[in-house]
Design a protein around this ligand. Structure first.
Ligand code: ADP
Ligand code: MG
Length: 364
């Protein structure tokens, strides 16, 4: 996979940079968690520092447009950002380049999510080079991630390299001492990770709805707990009685719903965590947004933070939980910007965005 270090002579090169700025925004229009923005800075600094002309493209889900966020992006990125409302504005901007610019929400264009070639052609107009630094969208077959790479010579940014290297370090580490903690709600994206890693880890520790699904298939009465209707299909092919697969033994129950792991489970999990040498964590142990059901997630997060293992965490809610509990980011070796992309990578799936950058041809 070629990276930006391989671009010959960046000076005055017109670069389309796919960044990940899919950030949470409050009702008042404040950026609530700038983590993903800050993770773009290293690549942006490098390109700008070498004299490249950079136009960024990104999507955002929390609001329809980046328009009102530009002053805050300026603060977090430490550059004045020129705002380009529509695609046709790009080519003239490149002629009269005046510093880094951002095209408005790329998903406003119909062709983006369809991976449309015509749209990609319009997007490529006027650029010399394409750089993808948006790891979190690499599991999407979208025009600014995939089709664009057929039109411009394409390179990976530093963040993509770092994400892949961190995951590979964890996955390829010896099995002894390696544990994977999977919780949260989107079981269809999480169970494939369990299936892929169960024979490459000592233990998989489960919580949240993922654990509920397993317990339900084991025949436990789940009351009114949140479970997936299709849990049987989701879990097909996984031996749910595998001794490596740990499920909660006791719970915090409210209104006939399991909403957190119980004290006994917590102690057992914390003990497994304390003896691990590699830890991969995605997904809260319970409904942590409510303080009454946050204890399991908080104690597990603290146990991971205090362990000497090589530890990687990811997932939007997992990261907000950690920041809610005021645990410093520096307590973890790596915090992924990818939710779905992280899970797809850990599940051993081929990510279209990495495929387009030639990753599977070279690195594996
Ligand atoms: P992440 O974003 O970290 O990948 P998910 O989006 O998969 O995590 O899941 C997080 C959500 O799961 C949180 O909103 C949390 O409240 C919810 N959750 C966790 N455990 C339970 C539970 N037992 N019952 C209902 N919701 C749960
Ligand atoms: Mg989530």
């Amino acid at each position: 996979m070629k990276t930006i270090l391989d671009v010959a002579n960046l000076k005055d090169k017109k670069i389309l940079l796919r960044v990940d700025l899919d950030i949470p925004v409050s009702d008042e229009g404040q950026i609530e968690e700038p983590f993903r923005i800050k993770r773009q800075k290293e690549t942006l600094d490098y390109l700008i520092g070498h004299g490249a002309k950079v136009v960024m493209a990104a999507h955002i889900s929390a609001v329809p447009s980046f328009a009102n966020l530009i002053p805050q992006l300026h603060t977090f990125l430490d550059y004045e950002i020129n705002f380009l409302k529509t695609l046709p504005e790009i080519s003239s901007y490149l002629e009269h380049y005046a510093g880094p610019a951002l095209l408005d929400n790329i998903r406003q264009n119909d062709g983006e999510e369809k991976n449309d070639k015509e749209f990609a052609k319009q997007l490529a107009q006027g650029f010399d080079v394409y750089v993808n630094n948006a790891f979190a969208v690499c599991h999407r077959n979208h025009a600014s991630v995939s089709a664009i790479t057929e039109l411009l010579s394409s390179y990976a940014g530093f963040l993509i390299e770092e994400e892949i290297a961190s995951f590979k370090k964890a996955i390829d580490a010896p099995m002894a001492g390696k544990i994977v903690i999977i919780g949260g709600a989107k079981a269809e994206t999480k169970v494939p990770v369990i299936k892929n890693l169960i024979n490459r880890a000592d233990f998989i520790l489960t919580g949240g709805v993922v654990a509920n699904d397993i317990l339900k298939e084991k025949g436990q009465d789940m009351g009114s707990s949140v479970v997936d209707e299709n849990s049987k299909e989701l879990l097909a092919g996984l031996d749910i009685n595998d001794p490596k697969l740990l499920v909660p033994e006791d719970f915090v129950v409210f209104d006939n719903k399991i909403l957190d792991i119980g004290e006994k489970t917590l102690q057992k999990y914390a003990d497994v965590v304390s003896r691990a040498s590699v830890i991969i964590w995605n997904g809260p142990m319970g409904l942590f947004e409510n303080p009454s059901f946050a204890m399991g997630t908080q104690k597990i997060a603290e146990a991971i933070a205090n362990s000497n293992a090589y530890k990687i965490i990811g997932g939007g809610d997992t990261i907000s939980a950690v920041s809610k509990f005021k645990i410093q980011n520096s307590k973890f070796n790596f915090i992924s910007t990818g939710g779905g992309a992280m899970l797809a990578f850990l599940a051993g799936q081929r990510l279209p965005g990495l495929e387009a950058l030639g990753y599977y041809k070279s690195a594996q």
